[in-house]
Design a protein around this ligand. Structure first.
Ligand SMILES: [Zn+2]
Length: 314
């Protein structure tokens, strides 16, 4: 599967091991400094051994059991006096105990912030948002929406949804220069920042990528490195938590492209992954251009956002 998750898992594993080693070292030092602790622990070990022997011989050891309980309480007392709260292994991340996930009853486990922090730079690098350094929620959106209060509100809502991780499939349409790509990239950047996978690609590039992929499948020999790269990027098209297909409608039309796009959309809709499409076309023109099943998918499964300001109908 995806190597980034392997990398992150091994980092978490290393943290756990490091915490354990640290704790062992600490405990050793504590025992040297506090012989009373070492003494009570020695007694606990001795009594436990006696109990085990007895049970192997089929004898009961009621009195020893009581003594064991008392000794354990003594040990707690010693620890308390020394100001050592517990002998549990202290995890690097106390929120998730280095499992990477936070589980709440009756809910799907969610990624812990510690793992998000690890994933964030990787996800940002592969998302393709770095081609648009200015496009982020942190940057000024006034240039696009100052004259367009309706979109200003929508933009704020989309930002909130992104932070709450609930962006619907969406078509951003309207004339160019109205903030469609800006908003889509800002959403993708926020996804990556939160450690989720996102992928921004212009339709024309996606088309080239799919063509290249088809060629690779059909050819007998390809350099391994290149194949992996194409495979990886084609994988993002279906697997990324968020896919932004930028500028639908400018790509040259081929039957393959539409079949490929349909496959991608269907697989993403099925797995509940979010897709955002931006286009300078309005819905009527899209229908004329694509019609059939492809338009049908968009029509049924996507929320439409008209980015054109009032009076400038797209
Ligand atoms: Zn954590």
């Amino acid at each position: 599967m995806d190597s980034v998750y392997e990398d992150v898992r091994s980092i978490l594993e290393n943290r756990r091991i490091r915490s354990e080693i640290l704790l062992q070292q600490q405990n050793e030092q504590i025992r040297i400094a506090h012989p009373e602790l070492a003494e009570v622990e020695k007694k606990i070990a001795d009594v436990s051994e006696e109990i085990l022997k007895n049970s192997l011989d089929g004898q009961s050891s009621e009195d020893l059991q009581k003594e064991l309980v008392r000794l354990k309480m003594d040990r707690e007392k010693v620890l308390f006096t020394l100001g050592i709260s517990s002998d549990k292994i202290k995890p690097y991340c106390e929120k998730c105990a280095d499992t990477g996930y936070i589980e709440e009853e009756g809910k799907e486990p969610v990624l812990c912030d510690c793992i998000r922090k690890l994933l964030s730079p990787v996800m940002t690098a592969r998302s393709g948002v770095e081609k648009y350094p200015e496009f982020s929620f942190e940057n000024d959106s006034e240039q696009f929406f100052s004259e367009n209060p309706r979109m200003q509100e929508t933009y704020k809502k989309l930002r909130l949804l992104t932070e709450k991780e609930k962006v619907p499939n969406a078509v951003f349409y309207g004339r160019s220069g109205q903030g469609k790509t800006f908003t889509a990239v800002a959403i993708a950047r926020q996804y990556a920042k939160q450690g989720r996978s996102s992928f921004v690609i212009r339709l024309t590039e996606a088309q080239e990528l799919m063509m290249e992929h088809r060629k690779l499948i059909q050819s007998f020999y390809t350099p391994a490195g290149k194949e992996r790269d194409v495979e990886k990027r084609v994988g993002y098209l279906t697997q990324a938590d968020l896919l932004v297909l930028d500028d639908l409608g400018v790509e040259p039309r081929t039957t393959n492209t539409e079949a490929d796009l349909l496959n991608i959309l269907d697989s993403r809709i099925l797995s509940g992954k979010t897709t955002i499409i931006t286009t300078n076309f309005n819905m009527e023109s899209l229908k004329d251009r694509y019609g059939g099943r492809f338009f049908d998918r968009i029509d049924r499964n996507f929320v439409r956002f008209n980015f054109s300001s009032e009076g400038a109908r797209a």
